[in-house]
Every structure is written in structure tokens, then in C-alpha cells.
Write a protein that binds this ligand. Sequence first.
Ligand SMILES: NC(=O)c1ccc[n+]([C@@H]2O[C@H](COP(=O)([O-])OP(=O)(O)OC[C@H]3O[C@@H](n4cnc5c(N)ncnc54)[C@H](OP(=O)(O)O)[C@@H]3O)[C@@H](O)[C@H]2O)c1
Length: 224
Amino acid sequence: MQRVFPPPAESLSVADAYGDARPTVSSGRPWIGLCMVASVDGSTVLDGESRGLSSDTDREVLLTLRQLADMIIVGAGTVRAEGYGVPKKPGQRIGIVSRTGDIDPSLDLITSGSGFLILPEDAPPTTIDCIRAGVGDLDLDLAVRNLPGAPRFVQVEGGATLNGALTQADLIDEINLTTSPQIVGGDGSRVTKNAPPTSRRFDLFQLCEDDGFLFSRYVRRRDS
Ligand SMILES: NC(=O)c1ccc[n+]([C@@H]2O[C@H](COP(=O)([O-])OP(=O)(O)OC[C@H]3O[C@@H](n4cnc5c(N)ncnc54)[C@H](OP(=O)(O)O)[C@@H]3O)[C@@H](O)[C@H]2O)c1
């Protein structure tokens, strides 16, 4: 890929573009980075999945960030739509955010012990390993402070509903957004869904390009 911003423009590998160590968050929770791909017209879904929006380089970005991350968090809707396997990084775990706990316990992700649920206290009982936080609504801020193994860098992989809840809780420190060079129409969700109107200001950290795909990385401006 080629870096467009910051200057000077240069060719660099995905690992060089994304591989730097993440800062420690002073309040004691993990650094939370969001990784998503969206079409030029703002959809995060094509034919019910993200696959058709992606590219080989975009997949490399996702995998590079997964290698850096200590833990992955994803919404239950995305696990149900896309299927999630066991992470390649040894010992890495995937937290599945849910209200209902409605995840197939026979998935390899679960039987391997890699996957666990993140539920409100009063969610239905489950045989799947879980952490619980908040009554009624999931307390995401509390949940990310109590993740098993105290991860330092957590990668969130959507979908839009989970991203909306994280936006509401102001828990997104970094956005890795790939813009896929296509218009896809339809009524697919944009990057966030159901968050109340707000303005969370981010700074552009880096912009790269490969085969018409734009790879932007934004970091939350915390003094705003
Ligand atoms: N373009 C991309 O980069 C990208 C990335 C990821 C996903 N996607 C696509 O996006 C679609 C899925 O997105 P989505 O918005 O429908 O689903 P989602 O955010 O993945 O999952 C929604 C589900 O997660 C749980 N959830 C989310 N926020 C919660 C909260 N605050 N408290 C408790 N539970 C919460 C609920 O699970 P329960 O229903 O179990 O209670 C909810 O129904 C799929 O088509 C997927 O392919 C695209």
C-alpha cells in the first residue's frame, strides 16, 4: 500500500502501517480499536456480510490488527451472520456481546474455549463461559474493565449495533476504516447504528491507498 498521509508519501507494508504499539489508557481500561470496511455510499453490508466489500489488502489489515490485539470483541449479530472461527493467534479470545446469549454452543469458537459471552447480569442462564456487567442494559464500560486476562489492546470488529453502543459509551479510541471503492445501494447499516446523536472528534492518524481502497486510521481526540 502507499501512504497518502502524513507526508511524505511512501510505499509501506501493512505491518509497518498498522503495527505500532498502542498507548495505555490512563483510566485503566484497554485501548479499544474498531476495524470496519464500508462502501463509498456508507454501507457495511453487501449480501448480508462484509466479505464483498473487502479486498486482499483489507483482509491483511484485519489479520495484522488481530495479531497485535490481545482480545477481539464482536457483536452477536456478526457472529450469527458471518460465523467466527477460532483465532489464529495462540491464546487469543473473542468476547461476543449479547443481551440474549443466543449463540450456538457447538461452534468451534465456543467449544475451543476461545469464545465467551459478554452479557448483562440478568441475561438468561447459559452453558457458555461468560462475564456479566450491568442490569437490564449491558454496562459496556464496566465489562471492558473486567475482561478476562486484563487485555491492553482490544480490537472490536462490529457490527453497527455494537459500534453504536460503544459510541454512546465513548469507548472507541481508534477507528480503522477501509473505504471500499464501490456503491452498493440497499439499506445496509453504516458504521454505527442506534447511537443517540453526538459528536465524538477524532484526528486522522494515517491514510493509505491500495487498488482504489482507502485505509484510514483515526484516533480519538480526548481533550474535546
Ligand atoms: N463491514 C464491516 O466491517 C462489518 C463488520 C462486522 C459486521 N458486519 C455486518 O454487520 C451485520 C451485523 O451487524 P448488526 O448491527 O446487525 O449486529 P452486531 O452489532 O454484530 O450484533 C448485534 C447484537 O449484538 C448484541 N449487542 C450489541 N450491542 C449490545 C449491547 N449494548 N448490549 C447487549 N447486547 C448487544 C445483541 O445480541 P443478541 O441479539 O444476542 O442479544 C445484538 O442483537 C452483519 O451483516 C455483518 O456481516 C460488517
